[in-house]
Write a protein that binds this ligand. Structure first.
Ligand code: NAG
Ligand code: NAG
Length: 304
């Protein structure tokens, strides 16, 4: 009888020890969890610039990234802005300048921004109808409105980097860390533009010496809107630099703008000497809405 008891005891003993060890490990984890939560909250505080919330990395010392996004009402607008917000929300020291092509700030975009979790400024400027023909450069007025806002509201003491973030692109988080160190004007490759899988500045010994592009290689700066960033102080030091309608052809806006503020030899190559693609001109396919009812609409109004 006794030997049966002892044999059972010794068979069970290792299992009991394993269970005790697992419970111990588990309780240590639950103790650590709240600390991680606090760290995340402190980081969020630092991002929004809350006083006294600077973490170990002191993010308040980082230049602010000002992303300028022209946008207009269309079926996929909210979906596009949602994708952008998901990326932007994760970038420390970020300020989103959203400019609607509209006579007012629309309700949809106003509501969207209020809940998007990104520090933002909401502007609007209406593009005159005569400029809305195909073959005309787009979003000129909206980008210039954002530049005017920066020139009015920011000064010599503000460290920042300005980037034109159209709402039909996809952005890697690494792109923002690359552009943050921009001293003058920085450049990098862009995916799915110029009729190629990517375009990029050609770099030799750390300097831009030309452009790998499928379209108009004669452009002085053959880059896409998503392919460069400008230090805020360069924007402020060139108060008349802006995007032009007059004399500017579609696809020449980037080049015409950059000509006003920099030289090719001064460009700062990012993304591993322009060998990595960190932004893609993905565009969202136009949804098929042919079966949208003309009469007998849904009984409730639903924002899409
Ligand atoms: C963080 O950096 C800012 C600007 O350089 C400085 O004013 C501030 O005192 C620093 N905060 C901490 C906690 O080190
Ligand atoms: C870019 O090229 C320059 C010159 O060849 C080199 O010194 C530098 O380390 C390179 N930068 C990167 C990030 O690879």
């Amino acid at each position: 009888m006794k030997s049966v008891f002892f044999s059972r005891f010794f068979i069970l003993l290792p299992w009991v020890l394993i269970v005790i060890i697992m419970i111990d490990v588990d309780s240590k984890r639950t103790i650590r969890a709240p600390a991680a939560g606090r760290a995340a909250r402190a980081q969020r505080g630092a991002r929004s610039g809350a006083p006294g919330a600077a973490g170990a990395h002191n993010q308040s010392a980082l230049p602010v990234i000002y992303a300028i996004t022209p946008t207009y009402t269309r079926p996929v607008q909210k979906a596009e802005l949602t994708r952008l917000a998901h990326a932007f929300r994760q970038v420390p020291r970020f300020h989103w300048i959203l400019v609607e092509d509209s006579t007012t700030r629309t309700d949809m975009v106003t509501r969207f921004l209020a809940g998007c979790g990104v520090p933002y400024t909401h502007l609007h400027v209406f593009t005159p109808r005569r400029f809305k023909r195909t073959g005309m450069p787009r979003a000129t007025e909206q980008r210039n409105a954002a530049l005017a806002w920066l020139r009015q509201r920011r000064g010599r003491r503000d460290a920042g980097v300005v980037f034109f973030a159209d709402d039909d692109n996809t952005y890697s988080l690494e792109l923002f860390e690359e552009m943050r160190s921009t001293r003058g004007v920085s450049v990098w490759p862009v995916g799915f533009v110029g009729g190629r899988s990517y375009e990029r500045p050609l770099v030799s010994e750390g300097k831009v010496i030309g452009w790998y592009t499928g379209w108009r290689p004669d452009r002085p700066f053959a880059t896409d809107m998503a392919g460069f960033a400008v230090n805020l102080q360069v924007i402020l030091a060139n108060p008349r630099a802006q995007f032009k309608r007059r004399g500017s052809q579609p696809g020449m806006q980037e080049s015409d703008f950059l000509k006003q503020i920099t030289k090719v030899t001064d460009l700062e190559p990012k993304a591993n000497n322009c060998t990595r693609v960190l932004v893609w001109h993905t565009r969202t396919e136009k949804p098929h809405l042919a079966n949208e009812p003309k009469h007998r609409k849904d009984t409730v109004v639903i924002e899409v």
